[in-house]
Design a protein around this ligand. Sequence first.
Ligand SMILES: NC(=O)c1ccc[n+]([C@@H]2O[C@H](COP(=O)([O-])OP(=O)(O)OC[C@H]3O[C@@H](n4cnc5c(N)ncnc54)[C@H](O)[C@@H]3O)[C@@H](O)[C@H]2O)c1
Length: 347
Amino acid sequence: MSKLKGAIIGLGFISGKGQFPAYQKRDDVEIVAIADHAPGRLTAAGLAAPNARLYSDWRELLEKEQLDFVDISTPPNVHAEITLAALAKGVHVLCEKPLATSVAEAMSMVEGARKHERVVFPGHNYKHAPVVKFSRDVMNGGRIGKVRAVTLNTFRTTHAKGVTEWRTDWRRDKKTSGGGIAMDHGSHSFYLTFAWMQSLPTHVTAKTLTLDSQWDTEDNLNCVLTFPNGFAHCFLTWTAGVRKVVYSLQGSDGAVVIDDDKWELTQGKGSKPVVENGIIESDWMDASHTKWHNSMFDQFKVAIAEKDFVNRELRESVACVQIIETCYRSSAEGCRELPLTIDVTKI
Ligand SMILES: NC(=O)c1ccc[n+]([C@@H]2O[C@H](COP(=O)([O-])OP(=O)(O)OC[C@H]3O[C@@H](n4cnc5c(N)ncnc54)[C@H](O)[C@@H]3O)[C@@H](O)[C@H]2O)c1
């Protein structure tokens, strides 16, 4: 089997603990090069990947290497610039979320994928958590009727930290992150709502808060997305007392509630609903989510094989960036309901 030759740009927490170990276990991928501008991370790269060529400048890596794909795992402020440069070299791109820090940047990445006929694919890995896959199977099997509301609570006791060899608190610096928890984690909640509501939202109402005021990015987001067929409520916090996710899908004839690995399925709304519950190990506490990477990478490979350059996942990532941008505007305008004006199915 011929291997896909890949490079990692930004060997920090997620690619060091998540992607790279997952690639090492695959027999269809070879990581031939790694770029990171932090000397300490290049040292770590040399130890983890002794056969890979190392670069302190990603531009030099793109200039010198013959690649099938790059895995971009830097902070979001440089996702668009690196993606456009990789596409211009004829290289497919797997890019961490959020795809970009603005809709304008995200749209330039879509145009780049189309122009250079290369895939851009976002790292929407929460779809690949085993318990999330279970909820989708329950829903698609018609076991809870039509889903008309979903709630997504994401509790974190602190902002996610980057590696210590670089700037561990970059998520709290707007110039680097583009925003706080909405920018950092919003995508995960939003693309799950698309799958569960089986449509895209049309309007957003949001409120952000910065409880820890030493930083210039928000640590709490509360928002409602309006869909043609119902509502989604997303609450994300970095100031919680416990780390967990609690999701619910409310259907016309039952519900699924997920509490980390635990699930409860209720069927029937009459006097005798049938309730089942169980546990599906999904490794929520492992923030690298390395076990979810494989099935996402398989999808990326399918998009490459099918020349699906502007693929559904990419469109959804643009929708996420649009929602994030609109959340900030809604909050700034007194939580006003705002329309989502770009129809991502037409981009
Ligand atoms: N999908 C998920 O579950 C998940 C989880 C964590 C992080 N992420 C995403 O992954 C990305 C990285 O997050 P992280 O937590 O790994 O951060 P991190 O700080 O641990 O890693 C980022 C790395 O990129 C390097 N870097 C920064 N700018 C660079 C540049 N211009 N050129 C070369 N190298 C550069 C840093 O030196 C660092 O090693 C972010 O987009 C984040 O949102 C996704």
